[in-house]
Design a protein. Sequence first.
Length: 438
Amino acid sequence: MSNTYQKKSRRAQAGSLSADVAVPEQVVVSMAEIAGSAREGLLALAVGTGLQVMAAIFDEDAAALCGPEGRHNPDRAGYRHGSEAGSVTLGGRRVPVTWPRVRAADGSGELHLPSYDLFSSTEVLGRMALERMLAGLSSRRYRAGLEPAGAAVEDAATATSKSAVSRRFVAATETALAELMSRDLSGLDLVAFMVDGVHFGESTCVVALGIDADGVKHPLGVEEGSTENATVVTDLITGLRDRGLDVSQPVLAVLDGAKALLRAVKDVFDKPVIQRCQEHKIRNVKDKLPEKLRAVAEKRMRQACHAESALKAEAELTELARELDKTHPGAAASLREGMTETLTVLRLAVPPTLARTLRSTNTIESMIEICREHSKNVKRWRDGTMALRWCAAGMAKARKQFRRVNGHLHLPKLRDALGAHFTGNVTAAGQDADVRAA
């Protein structure tokens, strides 16, 4: 089932195509010419038929400009001028064709055939190179990923060499990076903001992700550096502000605890409310404990993070830290560090379904994992520009897989609680949210 707007869009596209290209009402197809293709499968047969139909459309376009062949037409816009060898895009390859040339009747020069301009466009080539290489197919094996179009087409096909595919992929990823970094953010109403780093070779790409008031996830930008330092993160967030992102409104910043991220967020955003990733906190404490105590400590920390209130959770975590003071002071210090910020979602009375998303950085790490997965076959990272291109292409791919966050209906309540945080009325906002949820 398709929506009404999709049907209207398809009708509009079909209408614009028929307005530019003269499509014959009937086309006679020579089955003798494509009999061999039939033995190679239905797709090869369809390709052979399609090429004949395309040639008929070329002739129809020429007739629209010159009038019927062999008849005098004083009102014609042009006259036939032989034919010329050219090529059209078929899937992820170029196929040689012959198309009729038309000269302007007033002597002003060559007239273009709308159908040839349409079929010879190379936009599909770049898109297919991008999709196949992000799917893990190398440029050397690009031809193996193309649909079987018949032996005749395969023998004559061009633009499938390693260098040609590589050039198209570079151009496509440059476009993806430019689109990501030039997107206007002035209309984005962010409620939550996440930032994290991903390593590609010797380069570190710091990426930002936002969640708007409707629960939609938005890849915001990427910045490259040698490490995940405060300068790189500040440049990234400042760039988002320069592109129109509103940094004056209260926003929940979900961070993994890195000091560089924390400093940059507080420097650029006017009213950030920090939520330290609970998963990172549990992992950091476990790393400082012997194997026999890790499971017990993790269980108690998770119970505390899911307590009824921030006050009760802090009491349970403080008790655990007190028990660890004598035997494992490092783990106790790690547990106490940033404890208040670890319990922000409880302090704001965020409902459990939404808190599941905002209590950790899993959302942005999922996007980062998609970027890593698409670039796993890269063996040599040449420079930071290459890392940025691959990262931006992966973020664009991840965006297509995104769904709205769980509990997105509670985001207006979170917005109210964030505003109340800066007016000293957090408890009242939390209680009001509970009443409305009930």
